[in-house]
Design a protein around this ligand. Structure first.
Ligand SMILES: [Zn+2]
Ligand SMILES: [Zn+2]
Length: 296
């Protein structure tokens, strides 16, 4: 896990984040994901500066192992001087050695965040789920940590004032907010009360706006007037010049005797859904099974 310096904002990794959510649904299935419907509680991962360093780290690691459904895994947490914030040795288990940067000895409240990311590496290793390339694999790790209910800690470790800034993980604060909001929408959870960092809360509300926007894209009936208007224009264009439009969230295919079809990403899991263009259609996502009201 990298140390935060020069905090990047916005959504530069959004495509990979969305691909990570799809990959997680494929690997765990919706039933498997229900096991993660409650996030780790703040009380179980809180770490005061007068808590014993090693006992406290073991306690928090144990809470995160439980949260991530790794019943037989045992984390052995150590501290040493290193350039990274933390690392984990991905061995056969059941024991895993997690190393945290020495600075956490005096920044104990962020130990939970660092451990959440490293223990998710263990989970992904066991699931055999990975993305090629370090950058994408780290984005997958942060996305999965967050979607499975332990990543609000990583966002809450983001603090910035005029002089100093701190951030853990590879996603921007807003991207953490986005994944957290996707999770909140899928599981009916409200993470707002857990934030201790005001900057993190702002990033959450920013990301939540983008997550809500996913659910208001045409051909979903929740799309706004402007979106519907553009959609109608693109549909007319697709009928007249098939295969012309690109760069849109939806794509028209076919035509001829079988009729036109439209494909678009599921707002929950981002798997592409295909429906015939024939007015009001109710579609069920084949991956996450969300029922979607569409006006095609
Ligand atoms: Zn990592
Ligand atoms: Zn879906």
């Amino acid at each position: 896990m990298a140390n935060g310096s020069g905090v990047v904002h916005g959504y530069p990794h959004l495509d990979t984040v969305r691909a990570a959510i799809t990959a997680l649904y494929r690997r765990l299935t919706p039933e498997g994901l229900y096991a993660y419907d409650v996030s780790v509680a703040p009380a179980d991962v809180s770490f005061a500066d007068d808590d014993d360093l090693h006992l406290g780290a073991q306690r928090v690691a144990h809470a995160l192992v439980r949260q991530l459904r790794l019943p037989d895994a045992r984390m052995i947490v150590g501290f040493r001087g290193m350039t990274h914030a933390a690392s984990v040795e991905l061995a056969a288990g059941p024991e895993y050695f997690v190393e945290l940067n020495d600075r956490f000895r005096t920044h104990r409240r962020d130990i939970g965040a660092a451990l959440a990311h490293e223990i998710t590496h263990v989970l992904l290793h066991r699931l055999g789920l990975g993305f090629p390339g370090t950058r994408d694999n780290e984005i997958l790790t942060d996305t999965v940590t967050t979607y499975l209910g332990a990543g609000w800690l990583l966002l809450d470790a983001y603090r910035e004032d005029g002089v100093t800034s701190q951030k853990l993980g590879y996603l921007t604060p807003e991207e953490f907010g986005y994944v957290l909001a996707k999770r909140a929408l899928a599981f009916g959870e409200d993470p707002s009360p857990w934030f201790t960092s005001p900057r993190a809360y702002t990033a959450y509300t920013d990301g939540r706006d983008v997550a809500l926007h996913d659910g208001r894209q045409p051909p979903l009936t929740a799309a706004g007037w402007a979106g519907r208007h553009r959609y109608a224009k693109d549909r007319r264009q697709a009928r007249e010049h098939p295969g012309a439009a690109t760069g849109l969230p939806y794509a028209f295919e076919g035509g001829g005797p079988d009729g036109l079809r439209v494909s678009f990403p599921c707002p929950t899991c981002h798997q592409r859904i295909r429906v015939p263009v024939r007015g009001r259609v109710r579609a069920r996502c084949g991956l996450c099974r969300t029922v979607l009201e569409c006006d095609t």
